[in-house]
Design a protein around this ligand. Structure first.
Ligand SMILES: [Zn+2]
Length: 159
Protein backbone atom coordinates (compact mmCIF):
# COMPACT_ATOMS: atom_id res chain seq x y z
CA UNK A 1 0.00 0.00 0.00
CA UNK A 2 1.23 3.48 -0.73
CA UNK A 3 0.64 6.65 1.20
CA UNK A 4 -0.87 9.89 0.00
CA UNK A 5 0.41 13.36 0.57
CA UNK A 6 -2.22 15.94 1.33
CA UNK A 7 -2.81 18.56 -1.32
CA UNK A 8 -2.05 22.10 -0.40
CA UNK A 9 -4.62 24.61 -1.60
CA UNK A 10 -3.83 28.28 -1.61
CA UNK A 11 -6.81 30.56 -1.18
CA UNK A 12 -7.33 33.97 -2.82
CA UNK A 13 -6.04 35.62 0.36
CA UNK A 14 -2.88 33.51 0.33
CA UNK A 15 -3.99 31.24 3.15
CA UNK A 16 -3.00 27.59 2.89
CA UNK A 17 -5.24 24.68 3.67
CA UNK A 18 -4.43 21.01 3.30
CA UNK A 19 -6.94 18.72 1.71
CA UNK A 20 -6.63 14.94 1.90
CA UNK A 21 -6.30 13.21 -1.42
CA UNK A 22 -9.49 11.76 -2.80
CA UNK A 23 -9.38 7.98 -3.02
CA UNK A 24 -11.62 6.00 -5.37
CA UNK A 25 -12.23 2.37 -4.47
CA UNK A 26 -15.50 1.52 -6.22
CA UNK A 27 -17.12 2.67 -9.45
CA UNK A 28 -17.66 6.40 -9.33
CA UNK A 29 -18.56 9.15 -11.80
CA UNK A 30 -17.47 12.76 -11.43
CA UNK A 31 -20.29 15.01 -12.64
CA UNK A 32 -18.99 18.48 -11.79
CA UNK A 33 -15.58 20.00 -11.23
CA UNK A 34 -13.03 18.76 -8.74
CA UNK A 35 -9.65 20.19 -7.86
CA UNK A 36 -7.04 18.22 -5.98
CA UNK A 37 -5.31 14.91 -6.44
CA UNK A 38 -7.27 11.72 -7.03
CA UNK A 39 -5.93 8.19 -6.60
CA UNK A 40 -8.00 5.37 -8.12
CA UNK A 41 -7.30 2.15 -6.25
CA UNK A 42 -9.96 -0.05 -7.84
CA UNK A 43 -13.16 0.11 -9.84
CA UNK A 44 -13.92 2.41 -12.73
CA UNK A 45 -13.58 6.15 -12.22
CA UNK A 46 -15.32 8.21 -14.91
CA UNK A 47 -14.91 11.92 -15.50
CA UNK A 48 -18.33 12.67 -17.00
CA UNK A 49 -18.76 14.51 -20.32
CA UNK A 50 -19.36 17.91 -18.69
CA UNK A 51 -17.10 17.32 -15.68
CA UNK A 52 -13.56 18.51 -15.12
CA UNK A 53 -10.80 17.47 -12.78
CA UNK A 54 -7.69 19.51 -12.11
CA UNK A 55 -4.92 17.92 -10.10
CA UNK A 56 -2.89 14.77 -10.35
CA UNK A 57 -4.70 11.58 -11.30
CA UNK A 58 -3.16 8.27 -10.36
CA UNK A 59 -4.52 4.92 -11.55
CA UNK A 60 -3.43 1.87 -9.60
CA UNK A 61 -3.05 -1.70 -10.95
CA UNK A 62 -6.36 -3.22 -12.05
CA UNK A 63 -8.24 0.07 -11.89
CA UNK A 64 -9.79 1.87 -14.83
CA UNK A 65 -10.40 5.52 -15.68
CA UNK A 66 -12.57 6.97 -18.43
CA UNK A 67 -11.99 10.63 -19.24
CA UNK A 68 -15.07 11.84 -21.10
CA UNK A 69 -14.81 15.43 -19.89
CA UNK A 70 -11.48 17.03 -19.13
CA UNK A 71 -8.54 16.37 -16.87
CA UNK A 72 -5.80 18.93 -16.31
CA UNK A 73 -2.77 17.67 -14.46
CA UNK A 74 -0.39 14.75 -14.56
CA UNK A 75 -1.80 11.31 -15.29
CA UNK A 76 -0.03 8.28 -13.83
CA UNK A 77 -1.07 4.88 -15.15
CA UNK A 78 0.26 1.83 -13.31
CA UNK A 79 0.78 -1.62 -14.81
CA UNK A 80 -2.48 -3.49 -15.52
CA UNK A 81 -4.39 -0.22 -15.34
CA UNK A 82 -6.33 1.20 -18.30
CA UNK A 83 -7.31 4.76 -19.13
CA UNK A 84 -9.70 5.61 -21.97
CA UNK A 85 -9.64 9.21 -23.20
CA UNK A 86 -12.74 10.41 -25.04
CA UNK A 87 -12.36 14.02 -23.91
CA UNK A 88 -9.28 16.05 -23.04
CA UNK A 89 -6.18 15.17 -21.09
CA UNK A 90 -3.87 18.16 -20.57
CA UNK A 91 -0.65 17.47 -18.71
CA UNK A 92 2.09 14.89 -18.69
CA UNK A 93 1.14 11.24 -19.08
CA UNK A 94 3.18 8.49 -17.42
CA UNK A 95 2.40 4.91 -18.40
CA UNK A 96 4.15 2.12 -16.48
CA UNK A 97 4.99 -1.25 -18.03
CA UNK A 98 1.75 -3.16 -18.56
CA UNK A 99 -0.36 0.01 -18.38
CA UNK A 100 -2.51 1.13 -21.28
CA UNK A 101 -3.97 4.42 -22.49
CA UNK A 102 -6.51 4.41 -25.34
CA UNK A 103 -7.32 7.70 -27.01
CA UNK A 104 -10.65 7.41 -28.80
CA UNK A 105 -11.68 9.40 -31.87
CA UNK A 106 -12.26 12.98 -30.74
CA UNK A 107 -10.09 12.52 -27.66
CA UNK A 108 -6.83 14.32 -27.14
CA UNK A 109 -3.59 14.11 -25.20
CA UNK A 110 -1.84 17.43 -24.77
CA UNK A 111 1.40 17.09 -22.87
CA UNK A 112 4.58 15.09 -22.68
CA UNK A 113 4.33 11.32 -22.82
CA UNK A 114 6.52 9.02 -20.72
CA UNK A 115 5.81 5.52 -21.91
CA UNK A 116 6.89 2.15 -20.59
CA UNK A 117 3.46 0.67 -21.42
CA UNK A 118 1.27 1.35 -24.45
CA UNK A 119 -0.59 4.37 -25.77
CA UNK A 120 -3.04 3.70 -28.63
CA UNK A 121 -4.04 6.88 -30.39
CA UNK A 122 -7.21 7.15 -32.48
CA UNK A 123 -7.65 10.82 -31.57
CA UNK A 124 -5.04 13.58 -31.42
CA UNK A 125 -1.85 13.78 -29.42
CA UNK A 126 0.74 16.50 -29.11
CA UNK A 127 3.77 16.81 -26.88
CA UNK A 128 7.22 15.37 -26.49
CA UNK A 129 7.61 11.61 -26.36
CA UNK A 130 9.88 9.77 -23.98
CA UNK A 131 9.77 6.08 -24.75
CA UNK A 132 11.22 3.81 -22.11
CA UNK A 133 10.52 0.28 -23.27
CA UNK A 134 6.94 1.12 -24.26
CA UNK A 135 5.13 2.02 -27.43
CA UNK A 136 2.98 4.81 -28.84
CA UNK A 137 0.80 3.53 -31.68
CA UNK A 138 -1.14 5.84 -33.97
CA UNK A 139 -4.07 3.84 -35.27
CA UNK A 140 -6.42 4.61 -38.13
CA UNK A 141 -7.63 8.19 -37.75
CA UNK A 142 -5.06 9.02 -35.08
CA UNK A 143 -3.15 12.24 -35.62
CA UNK A 144 -0.07 13.83 -34.12
CA UNK A 145 -0.04 17.55 -33.54
CA UNK A 146 3.24 19.31 -34.24
CA UNK A 147 4.51 22.33 -32.33
CA UNK A 148 3.60 25.55 -34.15
CA UNK A 149 6.56 27.49 -32.81
CA UNK A 150 9.26 27.50 -30.18
CA UNK A 151 9.82 30.01 -27.42
CA UNK A 152 13.26 29.99 -25.83
CA UNK A 153 13.89 26.49 -27.18
CA UNK A 154 10.63 25.10 -25.80
CA UNK A 155 8.09 23.71 -28.26
CA UNK A 156 4.71 25.41 -28.19
CA UNK A 157 1.56 23.52 -29.14
CA UNK A 158 -1.51 25.53 -29.95
CA UNK A 159 -4.76 23.64 -29.45
ZN1 LIG B 1 -3.56 5.61 -3.66
Amino acid sequence: MHSHDDDIRIGPDGSQTTVPRKIVETDETLRSSHSGGICVHSGVFTIGPSASHSGSLQVEPGAQVIISGSHTGSLHVAGEATVTVRGKQSGSVHVAKGGRVIVKRGGRLAGSLHVSGVIENMGTRGGSEHIDGGDVVDLLGGTVKRPTRTIGGAAVYEW
